[in-house]
Unconditional design. Structure first.
Lengths: 256, 299
């Protein structure tokens, strides 16, 4: 997939709470095809303390409007600076980066936690386009950690798990009543402990599983070799070989 | 207008890419025409495949970044058998950065690369701060630096560039030592040894605790060292360290560098090298300079 450097215009911003917001960005012409699970490297304007681009997962794509949407969690100085961006601003992005999810299986479970929910909306739509309704299980510490909820409803059966019980079932996603062996594929993105628990469950029950990793990175295109994961084939760049990996390449990572 | 020479290599312009910041060039082919570059210094290559250091390997710092990649690379055999054939027909100089932990390892790699028709030069990396054995160890001591260079010189027949570390009291002394040992050119600076601590987690950002600082933060140090070395040696100097614009590149040229390398800036703007080349052309036109060599070493 060819990669580009493009100035996008911010055409929409939605602030969910102090931790989460979305930016919708319009491409100046025709948006190229983007796979679910791919990401962008955003140049963060207006903060001299932020030199490197920030890798952000692509949440949604609208090929008709030539827009893409980023769901961003305020996690550090880069994302905090981005949270001050307003409609009309220009953001320079290198995209689409990395390998996305395979769109495989018929009985499909998507498991997202916190900001890891981001790529699952685009993924849900990709399954819906193939006539498959996935089960979508979203988790967080409390309801406010699951910023995007009803947007998933048209595309599958949605369940929620919160540690404090403020939304859906109380507990972890792996304790949820929808988290069963009834699936042939599981796709997950979220905090590492959650993804490892999901991956170990899938491995134990011989269910195909893909995880989307989030490591600190500089370039996003496989040049700096900073974002490596300790895969079964050795250190692999999360930005280039991932961010999505089949767990059969990550048995060492799962055991750590 | 921008043509320049490093030993017997004619570069179409003085802008090359720094080792470890540009992969094997292929990673940037979507963004730029690689054939426009003066040269590509490919990822540091060692005698055997290396996994490098554990994650985390990088931290952003004011106007710079620390890295501790630790020479992760496919090894010289895979480079020669596979990577070389993918990139050898580019219309630019492909230069292999040769790294190692022992003189034997440097010599093995250099000898194998010597056999590759389309590789006109190596950059001998005696300055990597991120490996436990060798690397920078050779580059901080004039006798050891001279020894590794003279051994490689015996078996390597093409242009031999030696990459120097700034982590020394007197870089001129090292530059003279490697010149005396047969280097055809020196490139400087490699990264500055640095460290950063995450105070919330109360631990270093890097798995190796210390790492190499690069980016605009190091540029004034690099310009100073290039200026000092260029006045002290008669072999051509290649300047690098924090170059992100044509103006940055011009500082190095005026300080005495015959060519420059762009490193960390490639991570921020994958097309930055082309902007720098275009910027140098514009500068020459604006200042009615017919030959870039007219401003090299004017300070």
């Amino acid at each position: 997939m060819k990669k580009y450097i493009t100035d996008f215009t911010v055409v929409g911003k939605h602030v969910f709470n102090e931790s989460y917001f979305t930016l919708t960005l319009k491409h100046p012409s025709k948006l190229p095809e983007i796979a679910a699970g791919q990401f962008v490297e955003v140049d963060v304007p207006g903060n001299k303390a932020v030199m490197l681009r920030r890798p952000i997962s692509i949440h949604d794509v609208d090929p008709e409007k030539n827009t893409l949407t980023l769901l961003i969690q305020v996690a550090g100085k880069g994302t905090r600076t981005l949270s001050a961006i307003e409609e009309g601003a220009t953001l320079n992005m290198v995209y689409p980066l990395g390998h996305g999810f395979s769109i495989a299986g018929e009985r499909v479970l998507l498991v997202g936690g916190g900001a890891g929910i981001a790529p699952l909306l685009h993924l849900s739509k990709c399954f819906a386009a193939k006539g498959i309704r996935p089960t979508i299980l979203l988790g967080g510490r409390s309801a406010s950690y699951i910023p995007v909820q009803k947007e998933f409803e048209p595309y599958g059966t949605v369940g929620f798990a919160t540690e404090d019980g403020t939304l859906g079932e109380r507990g972890m996603v792996t304790q949820h009543s929808l988290f069963t062996t009834a699936y042939d594929h599981i796709y997950t993105c979220g905090p590492t402990p959650m993804m490892k628990a999901v991956a170990r469950f899938a491995q134990e029950h011989h269910i195909a599983c893909e995880v989307s990793l989030e490591n600190m990175m500089a370039c996003g295109i496989g040049a700096c070799l900073c974002c490596v994961v300790d895969s079964d084939e050795g250190h692999k760049c999360v930005c280039k070989e991932g961010p999505v990996f089949n767990i059969n390449r990550l048995t060492r990572w799962m055991a750590q | 207008m921008l043509e320049t020479k490093i030993h017997n290599l004619t570069l179409k312009n003085p802008v090359m890419t720094a080792s470890g910041t540009f992969g094997y060039g292929e990673e940037f082919a979507d963004f730029i025409d690689l054939n426009r570059l003066g040269g590509i210094i490919v990822k540091g290559t060692t005698g055997e495949r290396r996994q490098g250091n554990p994650y985390p390997r990088m931290a952003e710092t004011p106007s710079g970044m620390l890295n501790a990649v630790g020479l992760q690379n496919v090894g010289v055999e895979t480079f020669c058998k596979e990577v070389y054939h993918r990139i050898k027909d580019l219309d630019t100089h492909i230069i292999v950065n040769v790294s190692g932990s022992s003189i034997e390892e440097y010599c093995k790699t250099a000898a194998m690369v010597d056999e590759l028709d389309k590789i006109p030069a190596i950059e001998l990396n005696i300055s990597c701060p991120n490996v436990k054995k060798g690397g920078m160890g050779f580059g901080v001591n004039p006798e050891m630096a001279a020894q590794v260079v003279s051994e490689v010189r015996k078996i390597y027949h093409k242009t031999l560039i030696v990459k120097l570390t700034p982590n020394v009291t007197n870089i001129v002394e090292i530059a003279k030592a490697v010149e005396g040992a047969g280097a055809d050119s020196v490139s400087l600076i490699n990264t500055l040894l640095g460290m950063a601590i995450d105070v919330e987690k109360q631990r270093p950002y890097l798995s190796t605790i210390t790492g190499g600082l690069s980016g605009p933060a190091v540029k004034p140090v690099a310009v100073r060292m290039v200026w000092q070395v260029a006045h002290a040696v008669s072999i051509p100097v290649i300047g690098l360290g924090g170059i992100a614009s044509a103006a940055d590149a011009l500082e190095f040229l005026m300080a005495g560098a015959k060519a420059v390398q762009v490193g960390t800036a490639n991570f921020i703007d994958p097309a930055v090298t082309i902007k720098i080349i275009d910027g140098l052309e514009d500068y020459c036109k604006r200042h009615r300079i017919n030959d870039i060599n007219d401003i090299i070493g004017i300070i």
